[in-house]
Design a protein around this ligand. Structure first.
Ligand SMILES: [Zn+2]
Length: 376
């Protein structure tokens, strides 16, 4: 795709003119490197955010990621000279992969290997977990703890980190290892907030820096990963793009799950099959939605949801068309009883949006002078 100065005009067959702007590249670490043309995560120049060089460990294979003194890292600048996009800053550290797919499993594997947690502990933790009441927006782990965390998804690790682990690990881990784990938990608690201040981002950064440094002291260099180094670059992603709900990849991965469940012939042409089935499903969703606007019969929900992959009865009422009123939108953002995550879809009546003139990303040194943008 050719994008220059933020504009990529295309005229659709229907006559509608579409403009596209590349805001960010958001992927897991290996895909981000390939998409943006950076070195691999197991290179000795593994970081595309700073120019830190990592030696290899004594085994000559693994990389030595020690050294978490962030103040001594020199951020990269000018790798690319694009019209409007700074690719180093625009290729983000995805908070979902960075916080919940990687470090929690890395630590869990190590605790099992070091026999900090033994078979009997998993059984005891499972029993305690079954007595816990998990907040509505978190996934319950059911029997996953007793099964030693096999096949865990990101939202399950999220529940483990934020809800279960502070309670269940307290009497299992040694005091110093538990206290260090809580540094990571505290950082995650702050970073997943729907609205976050610069001070909170800085505090979370301090927690992560302490966590990474102590990991080096409590374990050894082999436990450290590129992901842990990138924990300390997460602050800049949030400073640039705001609270994580606006761009972390939970929604994207959910669509991957939908595509994965579509049946293909497992040979050729699966892209076309994906697209056909996806479009079919969108049309079915449109049919369901248009029907729902003319009925209040909730008894029909179970039948209607069998037609589509993408909606559940809980989400169907929220996508009905409503008239957009700016005053209620502003008031809702200030109501502490309304949990606004920032990734809610705008109602169709909010469009077309009025367009402002193009701007470029704010220079690093000016960034602290403006209030943190919250995606509300
Ligand atoms: Zn770096």
């Amino acid at each position: 795709m050719y994008v220059f100065r933020g504009v990529f005009p295309v005229i659709c067959p229907s006559g509608v003119r579409i403009h596209a702007t590349l805001m960010m590249v958001a992927c897991d670490i290996p895909a981000a490197r390939k998409t943006s043309g950076f070195t691999s995560h197991n290179s000795t120049w593994a970081c595309y955010k700073c120019n830190r060089h990592f030696p290899r460990l004594e085994n000559g294979v693994n990389i030595d990621f020690r050294g978490f003194d962030f103040s001594r890292w020199v951020l990269r600048d000018g790798l690319h000279r694009l019209g409007y996009l700074d690719l180093v800053r625009g290729t983000i550290i995805d908070p979902m992969h960075n916080l919940f797919l990687g470090t929690p499993k890395r630590l869990m594997d190590r605790w099992i290997k070091d026999e900090d947690i033994q078979d009997g502990d998993f059984v005891a933790m499972q029993k305690t977990a079954e007595t816990m009441i998990v907040p509505g927006e978190y996934t319950s782990l059911n029997s996953k703890i007793g099964k030693q965390f096999s096949y865990m998804k990101a939202d399950e690790w999220k529940s483990w980190v934020l809800v279960y682990s502070p309670v269940l690990l307290k009497d299992v881990l040694a005091k110093d290892r538990f206290e260090n784990w809580i540094n990571f938990v505290d950082a995650c608690r702050l970073l997943i907030k729907p609205t976050i201040t610069f001070n909170e981002v800085n505090t979370a950064h301090q927690f992560l820096q302490t966590f990474c440094t102590r990991c080096d002291e409590l374990y050894n260099a082999e436990i450290l990963t590129c992901n842990m180094h990138l924990h300390l670059h997460l602050r800049d992603t949030i400073r640039d793009f705001g609270p994580v709900y606006g761009y972390w990849l939970f929604g994207f991965e959910r669509f991957n799950g939908l595509l994965k469940n579509l049946k293909t012939n497992r040979k050729i042409g699966f892209e076309e099959t994906f697209m056909k089935k996806f479009i079919e499903d969108v049309h079915k969703d449109d049919l369901v939605n248009s029907f729902l606007q003319s009925t209040h019969q909730t008894s029909a929900f179970s039948l209607l949801t069998k037609l589509t992959y993408s909606f559940t009865p809980a989400t169907i009422p929220s996508i009905r068309q409503r008239t957009f009123r700016i005053q209620s939108f502003v008031e809702a953002s200030e109501d502490p009883n309304v949990l606004v995550k920032g990734n809610e879809p705008l109602p169709p009546s909010a469009f077309p949006l009025s367009l402002k003139s193009a701007t470029t990303m704010i220079a690093l040194e000016k960034r602290e002078e403006i209030p943190m943008c919250t995606v509300t």
